[in-house]
Design a binder for this molecule. Sequence first.
Ligand code: UDX
Length: 518
Amino acid sequence: MVQKITCIGAGFVGGPLGTVLAFCCPEISVTVVDKNAARIESWNSDDLPMYEPGLSDIIAQVRQRKDACNLSFSCEIRKAIVESDIIMLCIDTPTKNHGAGSGMALDLAHIQEAVRTIGEVATADKIIVEKSTVPGGTTSIIQDLLEAVSTGTYNFEVLSNPEFLSEGSAVNDLLHPSRVIIGCQRTTSGQLAAEKLAAVYRRWTPHELIITMNQWSAELSKLASNALLAQRISSINSLSAICEAVGADINSVAEACGTDPRIGNKMLQSGLGWGGSCFPKDVAALIYLARSLGLNSVADYWAVVLEMNEDQQSRFAKRILSCMHGCINGKLITILGFAFKQNTSDTKNSPSKNLARELLREGATIHIYDPMVSEAQIYRDVNASDEQSRRLRIFSTAGEACAGADAVVVATEWDQFKTPDICQAPYETNVAVGTNGMHTKDIQNNGAHHEHETGGIDWASIVDNMYRPAFIFDGRNILNAQYLESLGCRYVGIGHLSKWDRQHHGIFAMAPKLYGMI
Ligand code: UDX
């Protein structure tokens, strides 16, 4: 019977995982440990180190158990290891930035350090569960390290149990996993360990969703799942370029393909490209794995998925430039959204970062607003030069960030940025041109402003306060072109041509060539 579980690493995986384990298994004591004291302090406060919908609620519910509270966050790593039956490795495995495999391979230094500590301090048999994304074969490395540093003759069973949660829906994904993969040795003790872990998950997960396999298969499943998902998005984004060139609509194409049940409609949203902690590093790790196995055509195949993602981002930046008459020097461009996707404060590999840098390099002044990302984080990420910093400002409301802008770019699919759907609700638009070149408008929808109904930003007032011509670039295809055009702006999305695009396509499609950009 499992009595105590420790999660090593209080990051995006360990924190939510430990919380959900404690929530679903009141009789198991769960400790989340980390050597970063500030992060642990934050977990122990009301100001959690990350934003995840529902997370603070379930932490509060577990804490309400008072004396029976079975969740703790601590820096006492050694103590937690000694006391635990199961130790879950939730440690970051960033892409290596030095030496062999730099920029591609996963860096296992932190994992190996934690494994050494487990081997050194363990005074009984332990089950070690690899939750972090690792290159295949890591369970054998962990096993070897544990046995080499251990001072006793304890049985260490290493399981691979990759975590498939997505940021922004971590709690829901942990409470309702699509599957739980457990990779174990095909020995009696390996299978017993897998069964112990499966029994923990069965407390809230239907047993048919728990799948066991060998360790290599489990490890590869994680890289493969993320690579396949990233490939889908790169595929739809590649088609979006064709749509823009020929006048087709990527949303229709995605719908047509997605309604085939063999393809399915998920992860087919065309946009600025994928970011985050997992897709970029896992695709790179798969490429590196294939390359190191001498499978060059396999490596080349996955490398194109990565390239397509980078290409999508620079293509969009070029499109902004060409639509704005090939010159954004001295113009004000507002970027709405800095997180790599909605419902998270994470900015890792966010397409907004590259976009902001590229637009700054072109001489634009950049205003940025994101509902969750801190000002300090944005400044750190953009990493602007002294000269560029004078052209970069972060705002705490979308309205202020967009005031006086020449263009607004939606870079993250936050719900609050979405426009009201005007399909069933006709709008009346009266546009009056002000003396400063700005427009004042009166957008009505049966007397009600949609912003108040949707809780979203007030696009009418944003467009009203922009310079003319006012451009809205929709990097996530979440805006209603017809509605925005009714406000008097020029709408440009990804993978489809708006009314304005169609009118000017012939002329401005030539702009990148004219300005020597391609
Ligand atoms: C991903 C996997 O989904 C998850 O299973 C794995 O455990 C970790 O990696 P995550 O990185 O949190 O999760 O985000 P996800 O929702 O998959 O989105 C990744 C990126 O793709 C985001 O930048 C998002 O904006 C983009 N995306 C997603 C698209 O561009 N189009 C889509 O249709 C879906």
